[in-house]
Write a protein that binds this ligand. Structure first.
Ligand code: XMP
Length: 506
C-alpha cells in the first residue's frame, strides 16, 4: 500500500482516488500522526497544503521513519518542504502561479518521467517557488516560468513535483503516478472490487463469528452495499431494520422493502410514520426538525433492535470520506447543517460497531455493489437526505403537505427517468414553499402553493451547479404538476449554484 500524508490540501483525497484507480490500496493520514511503516507500505506521498513552508506555523512532518528508506514523492507543499528542509530555498513567486502550464524541459531518462510527452500540460496551484535546490538534488522538469517543476534526490528514491499530478488538467499526471506507484514503489495492482469483497467477507467472518449484528437500512447505496456484504459473510445473523419515517418519497418504503427482500436480506420493516409526524407537529426550525428526526429514529431503532435476542454489533454504512481525519487549517469547519443525523446510536445501544465500507470512496462502493450483483437501478439512485421530505417542506410539516410533496416529487423524478435525464443529474428533488400565490383555473381565481424544482450536478455534494434541463421537459413537468396535484398552482426552477446557495433549501 501507499501512505499519503495530508497537509490539508483540498486535493489530498484526489491523490488517494488516483492511486485507487490504479487498483492500488492507499491510506490518508494526517502529517502529525504518521502510522508505523510496516512491510506493507511500499511508498509515501506528501500532499499539498494551504500553508507556505515559510509560514511560522507551517506543518512540519517527521520524515525519519521513511526518508531515504522508502520511495518518497512530495507534491506541491510536499516538494517545497523536501527542498527547503534539506538546504534549498523557497521564495514567494513574483506572480502567483495558478492553472495550466506546459513542461518545456523533461528529463525522460528519469524513472518518474518515463512516457511523459514534450510540452505536457500540468496544473499549478501555488504562491511559492523553489529557487534553489539542495546540492544533491537535480531538476527533472521545468516550465517557462517555473524552473523547478520537478526534481529528484540523487542516490535516493525521493522526488518532488511542483504541480499537481492528481488533477484532471495535468494531462499526464496518471502516467507520472503510475511510474511512481507501480514502477518505482512496486505496488501490485490487485485492489479490485472482487478482491475487496473476498477479503472483506473473510475478515467479517473472522471478526463476527456467530455473533448477531443489526444494521439500519435507508434505501441508499451505502447501507445497501454494507447489508449485502455482511449478509454474504454471516447470513441471517444479520438483521436489517428499515424505518418508514413518513418522510420518504412516494411508494419508496414498499418498493425498497420489496427489493431488499428480493435480495434475500433478513429485513424488518417498521412503520413509524406516526411517531415522527407527531413529534414534528408545529416545528418549523430546520435544525430542530433534524434533531427531532435523529432522536426519534434512535428511539424507534432501539425499540426494534431490543426485540432481537443477543445482538452484539451495530453495522453502519460509513464510507471513507466520513472518517478521514482531515487536517484542519482554519480551525474546525463551521457546522453549516447537522448532517450526522444518527450520531449517538452506538453509545445508546451499547453495541460494538462494524463498518465494512469505511475504507471506500463512493464510486468504489458502487463498484463493489456491482461486483456483488446489486441492481444498477439501486446503485444509481440519487442521494436522499436522512430527514427526507421534512427539510424540503419549508416551515411546519403536516401529513397533507407530505402527500402534496410526494405527488409533485414523483412527477418530477419519474419525468427525469422517462426522459433519460435521471442519470445526467446527481441529485434532484422538489421544495414545497411556505408561500401561496394567486392563479386562475377556468373561471376561478386560485390561491395555492408554490413548489420549486431542484436538479444539480456534483461529484460529492460539496459544490454543485444547477442542471440546464431542457425547457420542453420543464414545461411538461410544470404542466403535469399543476394539472394533477391539487393545492399547487405555480412551479419555479431553482437556478442557484452551491456555493453560495446549498442543494437543500433548509
Ligand atoms: P446541502 O443542502 O448542504 O446538501 O448543499 C448537501 C448534500 O447533503 C444532503 N443533506 C443531508 N443529508 N442529512 C443527510 O443525511 C441532512 O440533514 C442533510 N442535509 C442535506 C443533501 O441532500 C445533499 O445531498
Amino acid at each position: 500500500k501507499i501512505v499519503i500524508l495530508d497537509f490539508g490540501s483540498q486535493y489530498t483525497q484526489l491523490i488517494a482516488r488516483r492511486v485507487r484507480e490504479l487498483n492500488v490500496y492507499c491510506e490518508i493520514h494526517p502529517y502529525h500522526s504518521i502510522p508505523e511503516m510496516d512491510e506493507g507500505v511500499k511508498g509515501v506521498i506528501l500532499s499539498g497544503s494551504p500553508y507556505s513552508v515559510r509560514d511560522e506555523n507551517a506543518p512540519v512532518p517527521d520524515l525519519s521513519q521513511f526518508k531515504g528508506k522508502l520511495p518518497l514523492l512530495g507534491v506541491c507543499y510536499g516538494a517545497q518542504f523536501l527542498a527547503q528542509k534539506f538546504g534549498g530555498e523557497v521564495k514567494p513567486s513574483n506572480t502567483r502561479e495558478y492553472g495550466r502550464a506546459n513542461l518545456s524541459f523533461i528529463d525522460r531518462s528519469n524513472h518518474l518521467m518515463t512516457g511523459v510527452p514534450e510540452q505536457s500540460q500540468v496544473w499549478m496551484s501555488h504562491g511559492d517557488t523553489i529557487v534553489n535546490l539542495p546540492q544533491n538534488y537535480s531538476v527533472i522538469a521545468s516550465t517557462n516560468d517555473v524552473s523547478v517543476a520537478a526534481f529528484e534526490v540523487k542516490g535516493e528514491s525521493t522526488w518532488g513535483l511542483q504541480f499537481h499530478p492528481e488533477v484532471f488538467h495535468s494531462t499526464d499526471g496518471k502516467t507520472i503516478l503510475f511510474n511512481y506507484i507501480v514502477s518505482i514503489c512496486g505496488c501490485s495492482q490487485n485492489w479490485t472490487p472482487n478482491s475487496f469483497v473476498a477479503s472483506t467477507v473473510a475478515d467479517l467472518k473472522n471478526k463476527l463469528g456467530d455473533d448477531k449484528v443489526v444494521l439500519g437500512l435507508s434505501g441508499g447505496v451505502d447501507s445497501t452495499v454494507a447489508g449485502v456484504l455482511l449478509h454474504k459473510a454471516i447470513g441471517d445473523n444479520l438483521t436489517c431494520i428499515f424505518v418508514d419515517n413518513g418522510l420518504l418519497r412516494k411508494n419508496e418504503y414498499q418498493n425498497v422493502l420489496d427489493s431488499y427482500e428480493h435480495m434475500g436480506l433478513n429485513v424488518i420493516g417498521v412503520d413509524a410514520k406516526k411517531d415522527f409526524l407527531d413529534e414534528l407537529a408545529g416545528v418549523s426550525d430546520p435544525e430542530t426538525k433534524r434533531k427531532i428526526i435523529g432522536r426519534v429514529f434512535i428511539e424507534v431503532f432501539d425499540r426494534e433492535a431490543q426485540k432481537i435476542q443477543n445482538v452484539k454489533w451495530l453495522a453502519q454504512g460509513t464510507i471513507y470520506p466520513d472518517v478521514i481525519e482531515s487536517v484542519s487549517v482554519n480551525g474546525p469547519s463551521a457546522t453549516i447543517k447537522s448532517h450526522h443525523n444518527v450520531g449517538g446510536l452506538p453509545e445508546k445501544m451499547d453495541l460494538k460497531v462494524v463498518e465494512p465500507l469505511n475504507l471506500l470512496f463512493k464510486d468504489e462502493v458502487r463498484r463493489v455493489g456491482k461486483a456483488m450483483g446489486i441492481s444498477p437501478a439501486l446503485l444509481g439512485r440519487h442521494p436522499f437526505p436522512g430527514p427526507g421530505l421534512a427539510i424540503r417542506i419549508l416551515g411546519d410539516i403536516t401529513e397533507e403537505k407530505v402527500e402534496i410533496l410526494q405527488e409533485v416529487d414523483h412527477i418530477f423524478i419519474q419525468g427525469l427517468k422517462d426522459n433519460d435525464l435521471y442519470d445526467e443529474v446527481w441529485q434532484a428533488g422538489v421544495m414545497l414553499l411556505p408561500v401561496q400565490s394567486v392563479g386562475v383555473m377556468g373561471d376561478e381565481r386560485t390561491y395555492e402553493k408554490v413548489v420549486a424544482l431542484r436538479a444539480v450536478s456534483s461529484t460529492d455534494g460539496m459544490t454543485a451547479d444547477w442542471v440546464h434541463l431542457p425547457y420542453d421537459f420543464l414545461a411538461k413537468v410544470s404542466n403535469d404538476i399543476i394539472n394533477k396535484v391539487k393545492g399547487v398552482n405555480r412551479v419555479v426552477y431553482d437556478i442557484s449554484s452551491k456555493p453560495p446557495a446549498t442543494i437543500e433549501w433548509e
